[in-house]
Design a protein around this ligand. Structure first.
Ligand code: DAH
Length: 339
């Protein structure tokens, strides 16, 4: 009998399962109300006295072994279900991560910054919520100046001094206030205008502003820089400067590049002329320099500003500006292979 019990101890020790029903069968077999231990304990009274001690020890050992086994397997199985509930099936292959791509506006912005950084321009930024001074007054656009109407402004609450900047030219002012010439800086950023939304214009868009201040800077320097930019950016080397008006530059000009008239699209986007307007520019008005603490008798400079959306639309042949802000992944995914 004792040998038989010892045999059961060995079996119980060796027992293992990952299945709850098999574990329950094991428990019933040993510990159940009609289980083996019950039988062995009942047998106790028939055991000769001299064997009682050893008999008692082995059935207790069997009981402890069986109980411990049930407990440890139970714990193991529970922790497994827990982890399955927490993490799902850990043996399944992972879900692929959908890697995003840069937005076309960022791509074009980075390209523009790259072109100018190779000729020594640094990058500067300013706040999107501006005050009247930096967005208008310092730029030679005092209150009631009619040119303010060119840029329909969003004001913050009812305070006419706090507004969403209408152009990145405000960063010029901040930069000149805080830095001494020579200055070569390029300022990308988001701008806001209270305009009706259509395929050609939006109330939120992006600009890049350029500013160059030093001794003896001339209009010829400006023209050369623009020519370099259009060559690098568009691969086109024919530009023209059309006289124009901006309050913050004197003289002012609008820059057209010769796009050509090879395809039907060329005819459409250049309205049959072959020329495309890409930015505004000019020599920084002496008043602006003065407003920003720079002596116009000592320094001169040029500035230019362009819309990033317009350039992105040209480069990627996008017909509707609204596409940039809809975040339609079918549109955005097309730029995946770009930088
Ligand atoms: N700020 C002008 C605009 O938003 C663009 C511009 C034109 C910027 C001429 C300049 C400039 O720096 O010289 O329409």
């Amino acid at each position: 009998m004792i040998d038989k019990i010892k045999q059961h101890i060995k079996e119980a020790q060796a027992f293992t399962t990952e299945d709850k029903t098999t574990l329950e069968e094991f428990r019933i077999k040993y510990l159940g109300s009609k289980g083996l231990l019950k039988d062995f304990f009942a047998e106790f009274k028939n055991v000769p006295n001299e064997q009682k001690k050893e008999f008692g020890q082995v059935i207790n050992e069997l009981k402890n072994t069986a109980e411990e086994k049930v407990k440890s397997i139970q714990e193991l199985l529970e922790s497994k279900t827990e982890s399955i509930n927490l993490f799902g099936d850990l043996s399944r292959p992972g879900t692929p991560i959908n890697i995003g791509s840069r937005h076309p506006i960022s791509l074009v912005k980075n390209q523009i910054l790259d072109v100018f950084s190779t000729i020594g321009f640094n990058v500067s930024e300013g706040p999107e919520i501006e005050d009247d001074w930096h967005n208008f007054t310092a730029l030679n656009l005092p209150e009631y100046h009619p040119a303010r109407d060119m840029q329909d402004t969003f004001f913050i609450q009812t305070n006419p001094d706090v507004l969403l900047r209408t152009h990145t030219s405000s960063v010029q002012v901040r930069y000149m206030e805080n830095n001494k010439p020579p200055i070569r800086t390029i300022s990308p950023g988001r701008v806001f205008r209270n305009e009706a939304i259509s395929s050609r214009s939006h109330c939120i868009f992006h600009q890049v502003e350029g500013l160059y201040i030093d001794k003896n800077v001339s209009f010829a320097d400006l023209k050369q820089t623009l020519l370099y930019f259009t060559k690098e950016m568009f691969g086109k080397s024919k530009i023209r400067l059309r006289p124009s008006y901006f309050p913050f530059t004197e003289p002012s000009a609008e820059v057209d590049i010769y796009w050509g008239l090879k395809t039907e699209t060329d005819y459409r986007i250049t309205k049959g002329t072959g020329w495309l307007e890409i930015m505004g520019c000019g020599m920084v008005d002496p008043n602006v320099l003065k407003n920003c603490g720079i002596d116009p008798n000592e320094y001169t400079g040029y500035a230019f500003g362009m819309g990033i959306e317009r350039i992105a639309m040209l480069l990627y042949q996008i017909g509707d500006i609204r596409m940039f802000y809809e975040n339609d992944v079918r549109f955005l995914e097309q730029f995946k292979s770009s930088l």
